[in-house]
Design a protein around this ligand. Structure first.
Ligand SMILES: NC(=O)c1ccc[n+]([C@@H]2O[C@H](COP(=O)([O-])OP(=O)(O)OC[C@H]3O[C@@H](n4cnc5c(N)ncnc54)[C@H](O)[C@@H]3O)[C@@H](O)[C@H]2O)c1
Length: 505
C-alpha cells in the first residue's frame, strides 16, 4: 500500500514535526489532540514557520498553499475513519497508549496501519491488546523531525512484514532514512547512545579529569561535536537520566549500560542542565559561565633525554619524529637511562600498569593517548608517583608546537580510549544482537547522534584490533564486565575484517 493519508494523534513537538514532513511529501494529514485547541494551535504555528521558509525561497507559494491545504483539524477522534495510517505521538505512557489504540481500532478499517512514535516503550506491548496486531509498528522520529533525517521503523513480535515495507517506503518519500529495527529497549539510536555519556560519567566519578577537560578531550581529540557532559546539560537530566536507568533495567542490569549515581543525585538536586541555569556547568542566558580554560603548559627550560616505548611501532616512530623535530635529545637505548623522561604510547592501561609491564621506573613515566588525533589534541597521563618535574617536561614538550595538551590523572585507558572503545563495542553488540544490520546501525547512529562517523565504521577508522586491545586490557585490568568485547567485534578484529562485515549465514 502507498500511504496517502494519515491521522496524527497528539499534536505536540513530535506530532507536528511528523505532520509537517508528511504533508510536504504529499500525504493528507488529519490532526487530533485530546487538549482542546491544541491541534489548531499546532497548525497555526507550523503555518507561520512554513510561510517564513517560503519567504526565504525554500519553495514556491504554490507549494506552500498545496502543503497547507493537506491539513485538516479534527474535532473528534471518530473523524480519523478512512485514513491509510494513524500515527500516535501522545504522552509516553504504556496504559494510555494501549487504550488510545484500542479506541482507534474500533474506528478505522482492519487494514489501516497503526504506528507509534514511542521512544522507550515496547511496540509489542503497545500492540498487545489489539485485535489485528500485525498492522502495528513503531515509527520513531527524532527531534527536530524535519532536520533529523532518520526514522526507526520498529517491528514488534506480531508486526507484518508488509507494514514495515510500507513505512520504509513512506520514510523515503518524506526524505528520511528509514531503518528497520527490532523491538528492543532503546531501539538503535537511544541504545547506542548509552556508551558516550555513561563512560564519561564513570571517568569523571573516578577523578580522571575535570568536567571541562573531559569535554575538551572528547571534542578536540576525538572529534565529537559536543562533549558528553555539556551534552547532558543540553538534553537535561530529567530526560536523559531516566533513559539511562530504563535501558539498563530493561536489559536486566547489563553492565555495559550502567548509569552513574552522580546524575541521579544531580536530578534529585534539580541541577538538570542548561534550562534551569545549572547542570555540570553554570549558565547565564544559555551561555556557560564557569568552563575551565584549556591547561597552560608550564615554562620549562631544561629537558632530559626522552625514552619512548609504544604498543605499536608506528606510534613509536611518530613520537621519535616529533621529539627530533623539537630538537630534543632522544634516548634510543634498549632501557631508559637513569634520568630520561619515559614516554609510553599505550592502550587500555594506566601508567602504573604500563610501567610495570615494561619494567621501567614509574616515577619518570608519562603516557600519551595516540588513539586521538595527534595533530589536534594530546592527552597525557602520569602515574601516581611520576615526579612533577617529569610531568612538566612532558607537558611542555607536547605543547611545543602549539597543540592543546590536557594532563589527566591515572585512568585505565585515558579518557578518549575508553569512551571510543565503548561507543564502538556497544554498536557492534547491537549488530550482534541482530537489532538491525551493521550498516543500518552505522548510518542511523551517525544521523541520530551526529557523531563524526558511524560507530561501527569509526571502529574501522581507528582500527578494530586497536579497539579490541583497549577493551581486552581494560577488562583485564578492571575486571568490570562492562568492558568485555562483543563477539561481533572480536571475531572481525581477529580475522582482520571490516567491522561492517556481515556473515553469509
Ligand atoms: N520530544 C522528543 O524529543 C521525542 C523524540 C522521539 C519520540 N518522542 C515521543 O513522542 C511522543 C510525543 O512526545 P512530544 O515530545 O511530542 O510530547 P508533547 O508533550 O510535545 O506532545 C504530546 C501531545 O499529545 C497530546 N496528548 C496527550 N495525551 C493524549 C491522548 N490521550 N490523546 C490525544 N492527545 C494526547 C498532548 O495534549 C500534547 O499536545 C512521546 O511518546 C515521546 O516519547 C519524543
Amino acid at each position: 500500500m502507498t500511504i496517502q493519508s494519515m491521522a496524527l494523534i497528539g499534536t505536540g513537538v513530535m506530532g507536528m514535526g511528523i505532520a509537517q514532513i508528511a504533508a510536504q511529501a504529499g500525504v493528507e494529514v488529519r490532526l487530533f489532540d485530546a487538549k482542546a485547541g491544541a491541534a489548531e494551535a499546532g497548525l497555526a504555528k507550523l503555518k507561520v514557520m512554513l510561510e517564513k521558509l517560503q519567504a526565504k525561497g525554500k519553495f514556491t507559494e504554490q507549494v506552500l498553499n498545496e502543503t497547507l491545504a493537506r491539513f485538516l483539524v479534527l474535532d473528534s477522534i471518530e473523524q480519523i475513519a478512512g485514513v491509510d495510517m494513524v500515527v500516535e505521538a501522545i504522552i509516553e505512557n504504556l496504559e494510555i497508549k494501549q487504550s488510545l489504540f484500542k479506541q482507534i481500532e474500533a474506528i478505522v478499517a482492519p487494514s489501516t496501519i497503526l504506528a507509534t512514535n514511542t521512544s522507550s516503550l515496547s511496540v509489542t506491548a503497545i500492540a498487545s491488546n489489539l485485535e489485528h496486531q500485525g498492522r502495528m509498528a513503531g515509527f520513531h522520529f527524532f527531534n527536530p523531525v524535519p532536520l533529523m533525517k532518520i526514522v526507526e521503523v520498529i517491528a514488534g513480535l506480531a508486526t507484518d512484514e508488509q507494514v514495515v515495507e510500507d513505512l520504509l517506503e513512506l520514510a523515503q518519500r518524506m526524505g528520511h532514512f528509514g531503518v528497520r529495527t527490532k523491538d528492543t529497549p532503546g531501539f538503535i539510536v537511544n541504545h547506542a547512545g548509552r556508551a558516550y555519556g555513561t563512560e564519561a560519567l564513570k571517568a569523571l566519578g573516578e577523578g580522571v579529569a575535570s568536567i571541562s577537560d573531559i569535554d575538551r578531550i572528547l571534542r578536540e581529540g576525538a572529534g565529537f561535536r559536543m562533549g558528553p557532559l555539556e551534552l547532558f546539560d543540553l538534553t537535561a537530566l530529567d530526560v536523559s537520566h531516566p533513559v539511562m536507568e530504563s535501558i539498563f533495567n530493561q536489559f536486566y542490569q547489563e553492565d555495559r549500560y550502567r548509569p552513574h549515581p552522580l546524575t541521579r543525585q544531580m536530578l534529585a538536586g534539580k541541577k538538570v542542565g542548561r534550562k534551569v541555569g545549572e547542570g555540570f556547568y553554570k549558565y547565564i542566558d544559555g551561555k556557560k559561565t564557569n568552563e575551565a580554560p584549556a591547561q597552560v603548559a608550564p615554562e620549562v627550560t631544561e629537558f632530559n633525554a626522552v625514552w619512548i616505548a609504544a604498543d605499536r611501532e608506528q606510534d613509536a616512530s611518530l613520537l621519535r619524529d616529533y621529539i627530533r623535530a623539537q630538537s630534543l635529545v632522544l634516548d634510543s637505548a634498549e632501557q631508559p637511562a637513569a634520568d630520561s623522561l619515559i614516554i609510553l604510547a599505550t592502550y587500555g592501561e594506566d601508567s602504573t600498569t604500563a610501567s610495570l609491564r615494561l619494567g621501567v621506573d614509574a616515577a619518570r613515566v608519562v603516557s600519551i593517548d595516540l588513539l586521538t588525533d595527534f595533530a589536534k589534541h594530546r592527552t597525557l597521563m602520569p602515574s601516581i608517583v611520576t615526579a612533577k618535574n617529569y610531568i612538566d617536561q612532558a607537558h611542555a614538550i607536547f605543547a611545543k608546537d602549539g597543540q592543546g595538551v590536557t594532563v589527566i590523572a591515572e585512568s585505565v585507558g585515558f579518557v578518549a580510549q575508553r569512551v571510543l572503545a565503548m561507543v564502538v563495542n556497544l554498536a557492534c553488540d547491537i549488530a550482534q544482537q541482530q537489532i538491525a544490520t551493521a550498516s543500518d546501525i552505522d548510518k542511523a547512529v551517525k544521523l541520530g547522534l551526529g557523531y563524526p562517523h558511524g560507530p561501527i565504521s569509526w571502529g574501522d577508522v581507528l582500527g578494530a584490533q586497536r579497539i579490541l586491545l583497549i577493551l581486552e586490557r581494560i577488562y583485564a585490568n578492571t575486571g568490570d564486565q562492562r568492558y568485555r568485547p562483543s563477539p561481533w567485534l572480536k571475531r572481525r578484529a581477529q580475522l582482520n575484517l571490516s567491522l561492517l562485515h556481515s556473515a553469509a549465514v
